[in-house]
Design a protein around this ligand. Structure first.
Ligand code: ZN
Length: 208
């Protein structure tokens, strides 16, 4: 067995980055097509700032080995597309029985979780809130505040990400919108299609 060196990173709240990261990727507003109910509002945002960064991930990835861990930081801009808040694409882990941990650094967000059979949970994230994303839950983060949302995360290195599970269902079951009263609320996504039980069963059987 090869020994790895210990790693260190510093969470920079201002930039929303992990200093010392080995990996970085960004999603622009143009990358978020198809995620929002108000397509005209999204088109207007893309016309105005399509290539601007909507959210960014910097992480420290020692390896992809089973039993190893990936740690990192995500930063998301505040704002809305129509009545919906800015959000990440969301995913289930390609090995769906892998969990994840999120820890709020700054800003106010919502972790939107959905089980393959369509149960929905929401966890409000603030600085020093820790969220356990259990195995088998689809997860997406939403910035419901007026400042950048910065969170630290950690997940098993062999988890992988599957984004198609959301697209194939017409999106996640719930949308997080402005409640018109200074807060947020979850409402039904009219485009959502319940997964067939056979598909749910096949996902829940993936336990390696
Ligand atoms: Zn994840």
């Amino acid at each position: 067995m090869t020994l790895f060196e210990p790693g260190v990173g510093r969470v920079d709240i201002e930039s929303g980055q992990l200093q010392g990261a080995t990996n970085r990727y960004v999603k622009t507003f143009r990358d978020l097509e198809g995620l929002y109910e108000d397509e005209a509002a999204l088109a207007a945002v893309i016309a105005e700032k399509g290539d601007a960064v909507a959210y960014e991930v910097t992480d420290y990835k020692p390896s992809a080995n089973a039993g190893d861990i990936i740690i990192g930081v995500t930063r998301m801009e505040p704002g809305r597309i129509g009545r919906e808040y800015y959000l990440t694409r969301g995913h289930i882990h390609a090995r769906p029985n892998r969990p994840e941990m999120y820890y709020g650094e700054s800003g106010v967000g919502v972790m939107l979780l959905e089980s393959p059979d369509g149960q929905v949970r929401t966890i409000e994230m603030r600085a020093r809130t820790m969220c356990y994303v259990p195995p088998f839950w689809i997860h997406r983060s939403v910035n419901v505040g007026s400042e950048p949302l910065v969170m630290t995360f950690a997940y098993p290195a062999d988890s992988g990400q599957d984004y198609e599970i959301i697209a194939k269902a017409g999106g996640m079951r719930s949308r997080i919108i402005d409640d018109g009263n200074g807060g947020w609320k979850a409402v039904d996504n009219a485009s959502y299609r319940q997964r067939p039980q056979s598909l749910v069963d096949s996902i829940m059987a993936l336990t390696d």
